[in-house]
Design a protein around this ligand. Structure first.
Ligand SMILES: [Zn+2]
Length: 222
């Protein structure tokens, strides 16, 4: 079960190990109930700790299982013995890392929606929206994203964050595995992790540049 969708603020869970194996020189673990978000959709994979029989194992990354669409693979630094299948494990999320991902990722959605609001029309989605160390960026392949539009939007963006607004996320009623993000009347298809209210994003620094003719907006958290 993907527990990170039920509660994106869940930082610990007791569950059982369903598999442990080595692939591409990486120690891979699978669990029954999982709170670690896998890499993808513009977010990095979660980190944290496994506690098994009193021993700590460092979780360095989380990935989607390429062979099973519902599967998730959790990467640990130290090898977990292969006979642990069925054993109890306490999973602890690196909350500081995840919470930052949630804030940055939500900020990227919100900034795009407010660009549309400021422009007064729908705009193409960013060609790339991704998190780097310490900031998130939206890179567009559209000349409509001008410095003037971005500067106007930045004011609206800061005001929206300080006023606050709820973020709703929910599964699509028909398409399995497909989810929606909704805030301030805007909807974006996304299966990522997000903050519950945009006020949690806090103070932001925004930078505009053009790389290879592509307007890019970088958002940093204070
Ligand atoms: Zn998202």
């Amino acid at each position: 079960m993907h527990k990170f969708y039920e509660d994106q603020y869940l930082t610990e869970i007791n569950t059982t190990i369903t598999g442990a194996f080595t692939e591409n020189d990486q120690n891979c673990v699978q669990v029954a109930d999982n709170i670690f978000y896998p890499r993808g959709g513009g977010q990095k994979g979660d980190k944290g700790t496994f506690v098994i029989n009193g021993s700590n194992y460092n979780v360095t990354d989380t990935l989607k299982d390429p062979y099973n669409e519902d599967g998730i693979i959790i990467i640990t630094t130290e090898k977990i013995p292969e006979d642990v299948k069925g054993q109890k494990v306490l999973c602890k999320l690196n909350w500081e890392f995840r919470n930052r991902q949630m804030k940055l990722h939500t900020a990227a959605h919100l900034h795009h929606c407010l660009l549309e609001k400021t422009a007064g029309k729908s705009l193409p989605f960013p060609k790339v929206s991704d998190i780097q160390d310490g900031f998130v960026f939206n890179r567009y392949e559209s000349d409509e994203i001008t410095l003037e539009l971005v500067e106007k939007t930045n004011e609206v963006f800061r005001e929206a964050i300080s006023s606050g607004a709820d973020v709703k996320t929910y599964p699509d009623t028909e398409k399995k595995g497909f989810r929606w993000w909704e805030c301030l009347g805007y909807k974006i298809p996304c299966g990522g992790t997000h903050v519950k209210n945009i006020s949690e994003i806090g103070i932001v620094e925004i930078e505009y540049n053009k790389k290879k003719g592509m307007p890019t907006i970088n958002i940093k958290l204070k």
